[in-house]
Design a binder for this molecule. Structure first.
Ligand code: SF4
Length: 387
């Protein structure tokens, strides 16, 4: 660590500290994960099981599993249909603001990247949400850059209150916060929180997150627990695949979700599977050794390890790949996506702020809906009624 950078393992003032048991167990398991030690026999044994344990998950994520992708895909499809039927849930993300105080070197919103910054005011939020709701979408995921100054908890709360008028399910992907703040946002209408850990390798994490609150590794890693303590119905997990050793990161993501599920059995668990994408002012960023086949392996391994978990397939991926994956293991797909600010209306607020990253699937709600149907699956716009 450079002398000028703060200690990424030390909490900053005002950050709620939870008992670190789960974090330590995940890191220990990840450090011990030697994926090259798994054999074809381990993979076959894992595939034959009805319920799989962490050792089976480790085998399914290993290089030894690559020749078994076809069998794994068939087993994953069976699990998906068993627990979710033919349903594929649709949602749209809405970027409320792109101000950010963090310096994540791989992200277009980082505080040193010279981009057009913007945030929606309440009238603009309402217009954007009305435009999204008019497409038929009933679930929204609201995102901000990570700036407590420009998008404080009250601002996000106002967005949640408006969203509750238009949507049946309101999810958040915003900066990690304390459990009382999550409780406030839950009261305002949100009930699902996703936090990407990016990488579970704390040493690597330190080199990628050079400034801001996000630099504090343990505070981020305990965010899902704080969200559940704040009353949220469910929590989402992800590593940004390609930042570090993707097998270790995927293994840690699965273990994190698994241990949270064991401690909070009522919690709904979700996985996202993002890969690195080029960003504005840096088109060179790419997901290195995580090609589509490896990504598919990760998604299938999540399904076989945690059959009840929801899995979202990102618009970072090609339309054809996304459509194939919903046939096998993913249960949730976004549509009508833009990662810019104010991009859902055609009026004066359109394209107020630049995009976070490039997307690969630009299809509208109708197009994704039709694609799901054409595969004999059932598009569903709402999976839950908020009470
Ligand atoms: S990844 Fe998130 S926290 Fe990091 S710069 Fe981008 S928006 Fe900010």
């Amino acid at each position: 660590m450079s002398e000028t950078r703060t200690d990424h393992m030390a909490y900053m003032e005002g950050m709620e500290v939870l008992e670190p048991g789960i974090m330590e167990e995940v890191i220990k398991a990840m450090n011990a994960y030697d994926y090259n030690s798994y054999t074809a026999e381990d993979v076959k044994r894992a595939l034959e099981k009805e319920m799989r344990n962490p050792r089976d998950f480790a085998a399914l994520l290993s290089p030894a599993a690559m020749p078994f992708l076809e069998e794994m895909a068939q087993a994953a499809q069976k699990e998906t249909r068993k627990h979710f039927g033919n349903s594929v849930y649709m949602f749209t993300p809405l970027y409320l603001a792109n101000y950010c105080e963090n310096y994540c070197i791989y992200c277009g919103f980082n505080c040193h990247n010279k981009i057009k910054r913007a945030k929606l005011n309440v009238q603009e939020m309402e217009k954007e949400m009305a435009a999204i709701a008019a497409t038929g979408i009933e679930e929204i995921l609201m995102l901000t850059g990570e700036s407590r100054k420009m998008s404080d908890v009250k601002y996000i709360g106002e967005a949640c209150k408006i969203a509750r008028k238009y949507f049946k399910m309101v999810g958040l992907e915003v900066y990690p916060m304390n459990s009382d703040e999550y409780a406030y946002l839950h009261e305002c209408g949100a009930d699902f929180v996703t936090v990407f850990q990016e990488t579970y390798n704390a040493d690597k994490y330190e080199t990628l997150h050079l400034a801001g609150h996000k630099r504090v590794f343990p505070y981020r890693m305990c965010a899902q627990e704080r969200a559940l303590k704040g009353g949220m119905r469910g929590v989402g997990f992800a590593a940004l695949l390609g930042l570090d050793d993707f097998r270790k990161d995927a293994f840690a993501t699965g273990m994190h979700a698994y241990l949270i599920q064991r401690k909070y059995p009522h919690a709904e668990i979700a996985f996202s599977c993002p890969r690195l994408r080029p960003i504005i002012n840096n088109a060179q960023i790419n997901p290195k050794d995580v090609h589509e086949m490896q990504l598919l392996q990760v998604i299938i391994a999540y399904r076989l390890f945690m059959p009840f978990a929801s899995i979202t397939i990102s618009t970072r991926e090609r339309a054809e790949f996304r459509d194939n994956v919903i046939g096998l293991a993913a249960t949730k797909i976004s549509a009508g996506v833009s990662t810019g600010i104010g991009s859902h209306t055609e009026e004066e607020i359109a394209d107020k702020g630049d995009n976070q990253f490039e997307i690969a699937d630009n299809r509208s709600f109708e197009e994704v809906y039709a694609a799901i149907k054409s595969r004999g699956l059932q598009p569903v716009t709402n999976e839950y009624v908020f009470v």
